[in-house]
Design a binder for this molecule. Structure first.
Ligand code: ATP
Ligand code: MG
Length: 377
């Protein structure tokens, strides 16, 4: 059944992804109820209602479910039990199974391997003995990654030599991990897609991603890769969504290494590398999330223009000073998006901007020029 405007949609998580979903949903005439423990969350401030509570608070979950026609999430670390309990009251999209697999690197990588999707060589680590054995088989350089709650490169330690294992294990305090071979990267790309209730899949153009210190820095669209490879990326992401029996918007991050495609990870939600869609596609990824969650036909994902997205971290708030936004706003083809976060910290995602141009090269040149200007105090 289609959920039409006038209904309320529930959002688990109040960060920037929830905020942009809230903007899209309210633009389309839906009400949004956000559940987030932070009283001042970016999404909560724009929502119709903000329930300030923990994601495992049963009374709060009941309140959310009883007020909403469907619930979705912007945050993969919601307890699966919370999604299950919501699902007994109203549709939850994506469902608990898909979130459970993608919120845990051990489950995620095992799911990928079991279904024949290529990944970097990895091993599951529950003890120092496991790690010693894995270093032997996988070799170094490698990366030890915590299985749960890692993001933006947090909870990851590089192992340069086989002797580095003990201190890496100690610093992650014995948490369950995966050890992954460090792969020589030609390029990193990602694809955002949506899968509807009826199994229909639409994919967005592939983004070419540049990371800095483990955090997405620049997305270039369309990605500068061969069409044959682009087809493989899109096909593989679609197969992953089908295997997960996914409903909603998701993203798949890929490594391209010596011409070969490897799946890095899956995000069960809109993705930072899909923010370009806000200004460059017929339907942006947040409207698409509304459509998928509401059981509506999916929107056109067509790219209207080459685009480059630049992430803005708290680092450009030099000595706490707000950046000079005229450096961006003076350009007619730069679109500024700020998340309304009051405190800027190094590494914290504060906003992004999209540069629209007639060619990728022109968009990239202006994007990098404005980025370096913002980086100067
Ligand atoms: P996010 O969820 O924000 O994407 P994350 O903390 O889950 O980040 P990953 O995607 O695992 O982190 O890694 C972040 C980045 O670190 C990758 O995009 C890539 O640039 C680099 N990286 C991670 N794993 C490997 C690897 N095995 N080989 C080479 N580079 C890697
Ligand atoms: Mg990643």
């Amino acid at each position: 059944m289609k959920i039409l405007p006038g209904n309320s949609l529930g959002m688990l998580g109040g960060g920037q992804l929830g905020r942009m979903f809230t903007i899209a949903a309210r633009t389309m005439g839906y009400e949004v109820i956000v559940l987030d423990p932070d009283r001042d969350s970016p999404a909560g401030r724009l929502a119709t209602q903000h329930i300030t509570a923990d994601y495992a608070d049963t009374a709060a979950l009941d309140q959310l479910a009883s007020g909403c026609a469907a619930v979705t999430t912007e945050f993969e670390n919601v307890p699966a039990a919370s999604l299950d309990s919501l699902a007994s009251h109203c549709p939850v999209r994506p469902g608990a199974r898909a979130v459970m697999i993608t919120q845990d690197r051990i489950h995620e990588k095992t799911f990928l391997r079991d279904n024949g999707f290529p990944t970097a060589p990895f091993a599951v680590i529950h003890s120092l003995e496991d790690l010693h054995a894995a270093v032997e088989t996988i070799g170094t350089p490698a990366i030890l990654k915590v299985s749960r709650f890692g993001y933006d490169g947090k909870g990851q330690i590089s192992l340069r030599a086989s002797g580095d294992g003990d201190s890496a294990w100690a610093s992650l305090e014995g948490e369950a991990c995966v050890l992954e071979q460090r792969i020589p990267l030609d390029i990193e790309v990602s694809v955002v897609l949506a899968r509807g209730l009826n199994g229909e899949v639409v994919t967005y153009p592939i983004a070419e991603n540049i990371h800095a210190n483990g955090i997405l820095d620049v997305s270039i669209v369309p990605a500068r890769i061969e069409p044959v490879l682009a087809d493989k990326v899109t096909t593989m992401a679609t197969q992953i969504a089908n295997k997960l029996d996914y409903v909603g918007v998701m993203a798949v991050e890929f490594f391209i290494s010596q011409g070969e495609l490897l799946v890095n990870e899956i995000a069960p939600r809109p993705h930072n590398s899909g923010h370009y869609t806000l200004d460059a596609c017929v339907t942006d990824q947040f409207e698409q999330q509304v459509r998928a969650v509401c059981g509506l036909p999916l929107g056109d994902t067509r790219l209207l223009s080459p685009v480059v997205m630049i992430n803005m971290l708290g680092n450009i708030w030099h000595q706490g000073q707000t950046p000079d936004w005229s450096k961006l706003l003076d350009h007619p083809n730069i679109k500024l998006h700020l998340y309304g976060k009051k405190v800027a910290r190094p590494g914290r995602k504060m906003g992004h901007y999209n540069v629209i141009a007639t060619t990728v090269e022109a968009a990239l040149a202006l994007a990098l020029e404005t980025q370096s200007s913002l980086q100067q105090a």
